[in-house]
Design a protein around this ligand. Structure first.
Ligand code: NAI
Length: 253
């Protein structure tokens, strides 16, 4: 059996309806996992599930707002009801509001923190008993290079992603004895709906990303698939509490 085989495993992918989440869902399903797409837009999620099924996957949509702790509990209950358990949780749902720090309203600040930081905590906490019942699990948090670098219009986002990296380490330490591994992926600049907004709001971003990234291009959602399968599989059973950059060399330059 391949050390990357995910046959019989059940994976929840928050924000799995599009972009990086869908790319990761596709890769995990190709490795054999059943997929629960947990995102806010039911229509997009249904389309994503159809795409996964057309490719031969076992998949279902459970529309979820990860910022709601009760919704996180209901998500895990539904995944267990549908597929019998939860082995893999990818905390990928995320948003950004690009403003200078002095321009954030209190509501905007909390909105970014609640989806990007509270959400992964609520979902991880909800998944813990189900993973423990299976004898272990894999939590993969999608953080960002903004947990390392700063941007004048990403105070809330950077604070949330920096917090997410530290949350990852705390979960890894707390739950190692339960066989649960927690790691973070730090994507570089990936071409998705999220960064399409950034390209509009930040003139020159497209050229700057190409120039600064040693690979000379934007990443694609598919570029995240290999790292996610690695961190979801037995291949990473002695890897926990760490971060894996998938950035085309951006941070090394
Ligand atoms: P996207 O905007 O294309 O997709 C975001 C997904 O999150 C969608 O499925 C959306 O429905 C879902 N979502 C948003 N709020 C939600 C909520 N409250 N509850 C449940 N689902 C919710 O974004 P993209 O680019 O695919 O980003 C995915 C993750 O990767 C985010 O956490 C983002 O911060 C992170 N990331 C993205 C980078 C990029 O260059 N695109 C770079 C570094 C990190």
């Amino acid at each position: 059996m391949s050390m990357f085989d995910l046959s019989g495993k059940v994976a929840i992918v928050t924000g799995g309806s599009r972009g990086i989440g869908l790319g990761i869902a596709q890769a995990l399903s190709e490795a054999g996992a059943a997929i629960v797409v947990a995102a806010t837009h039911a229509d997009q999620s249904a389309d994503a599930v159809q795409r996964l099924r057309d490719a031969g996957a076992t998949a279902a949509s459970v529309p979820t707002n990860v910022a709601d702790p009760d919704a996180a509990l209901a998500l895990v209950d539904e995944a267990v009801r549908l597929f019998g358990g939860v082995d893999i949780l990818v905390n990928n749902a995320g948003i950004n509001i690009r403003k200078r720090p002095e321009d954030y309203t209190v509501e905007e600040w909390h909105q970014v923190l609640s989806v990007n930081l509270d959400g992964p905590f609520f979902c991880s906490r909800a998944a813990y008993p189900a993973m423990k019942a299976r004898g272990g699990g894999k939590i993969i948090n999608i953080a960002s290079l903004m947990s390392i670098f700063a941007n004048e219009k990403a105070a809330a986002y950077g604070a949330a992603k920096g917090g997410l990296v530290q949350l990852t380490k705390a979960l890894a330490v707390a739950w190692a004895a339960d066989g649960i591994h927690a790691n973070a992926i730090l994507p570089g600049w990936i071409d998705t709906d999220l960064t399409a907004g950034a390209r509009q709001q930040l003139p020159g971003l497209d050229e700057a990303v190409r120039a600064r990234t040693p690979e000379g291009r934007w990443g694609t959602p598919q570029d995240l698939g290999g790292a996610a399968v690695f961190l979801a599989s037995p291949a990473s059973d002695f890897v926990t509490g760490t971060t894996l950059l998938v950035d085309g060399g951006f941070a090394a330059d």
